[in-house]
Design a binder for this molecule. Structure first.
Ligand code: PEP
Length: 250
C-alpha cells in the first residue's frame, strides 16, 4: 500500500522543506505501515532527501529522460535521480503525455532507463473524458499498458497508477464501483499480456483524492494505494490520507 505525493511544479524551497520535515516528524513518531513517497520538483530533490532522512518516507521524481546523458537541455536522467537519493520515479503522467507530447513508446523507454538504474517506476495511464463517456476506458488503458510498459518491468520495480485525465485536479472522480472495476481490468490485462504475476501488482488510483474520499477509495479490493496531487500540498490533508492507508493494515 503506497501513498504518493505529486507536488508537481508547486512550492518554493523553504515551504517544501518545511512540509517534508513536518511529514517526516509525523511519520517517525507514528511509524506508518503503509509506504509514503514524496515527489517534489526536481531542483529540491536533494533538500527533501535530507528533510526526510530520519523517517521511512521515500523520495521520488516526477519524470526522467530515456537516455543517461547527452544534449538534452532541461532534462534529468534516471541515473541522476539515483545520485540524489531517489528510489522511485513517476513516468507518463498525463500532464507529461499531453503537455510534452510523450507517447507510449517514450514512456516505455523512460521506464526502461529507470529500471536499468534500479528505480521503481510508477507508470501512469488514464482515459480522457470523451473516452470515458464513450465507454472506451478499458480499451484505452489496455493500449497504454501494452505499449508503455517495457520488458524490464516486473512485480518488484513497477506499479501502475490509474489516473483518469478528467479526474485530475477537477474535484470529480469515477464512482467507487467504476474505480474498482477498472483496476480489476488493469490487473487482468497485465496478468494476461504483460507478465504472469501482474495480478499481484499494486494499482494506485489518482485523480481528486482528498482526505474525505481516501478511506472509501483505499477500501476497494483492487486499489493498492493512491497518487495525490492537490491535497498533497496541504500537510494535514496529506497526512490524513496516509492515515487512511495505514488503517488498512490494522
Ligand atoms: C495527479 O496529478 O497525479 C493528481 C492525482 O492530481 P489531483 O490529486 O490534484 O487530482
Amino acid at each position: 500500500m503506497l501513498v504518493v505525493a505529486n507536488w508537481k511544479m508547486n512550492g518554493l524551497r523553504r515551504e517544501s522543506i518545511d512540509r517534508a520535515k513536518t511529514l517526516a516528524q509525523m511519520e517517525s513518531t507514528n511509524r506508518l505501515k503503509c509506504d509514503v513517497l514524496l515527489c517534489p520538483p526536481a531542483q529540491i530533490l536533494s533538500d527533501i532527501r535530507y528533510a526526510i532522512d530520519n523517517s521511512n518516507i521515500f523520495l521520488g521524481a516526477q519524470d526522467c529522460h530515456f537516455d543517461f546523458e547527452g544534449p538534452y537541455t532541461g532534462d534529468i536522467s534516471s541515473s541522476m535521480l539515483v545520485d540524489v537519493g531517489c528510489t522511485h520515479v513517476i513516468i507518463g503522467h498525463s500532464e507529461r503525455r499531453i503537455n510534452h507530447s510523450e507517447t507510449n513508446e517514450i514512456v516505455a523507454r523512460k521506464a526502461e532507463a529507470a529500471h536499468q538504474v534500479g528505480l521503481n517506476t510508477i507508470i501512469c495511464i488514464g482515459e480522457n473524458m470523451e473516452e470515458f463517456k464513450l465507454g472506451q476506458t478499458v480499451e484505452k488503458l489496455s493500449n497504454q499498458l501494452a505499449n508503455s510498459i517495457p520488458d524490464s518491468a516486473n512485480l518488484n520495480n513497477t506499479m501502475i497508477a490509474y489516473e483518469p485525465c478528467w479526474a485530475i485536479g477537477s474535484g470529480s472522480t469515477p464512482t467507487l464501483t467504476e474505480i474498482d472495476d477498472t483496476h480489476k481490468a488493469i490487473l487482468e490485462f497485465t496478468k494476461n499480456n504483460i507478465f504472469k504475476q501482474g495480478e499481484k501488482m499494486d494499482i494506485l488510483y489518482g485523480g481528486s483524492v482528498n482526505e474525505k474520499n481516501a478511506d472509501s477509495i483505499l477500501d476497494l479490493d483492487h486499489v493498492g494505494g493512491v497518487l495525490v496531487g492537490g491535497a498533497s500540498l496541504i500537510t494535514e490533508k496529506f497526512w490524513s490520507i496516509c492515515k487512511s492507508a495505514d488503517r488498512k493494515f490494522k
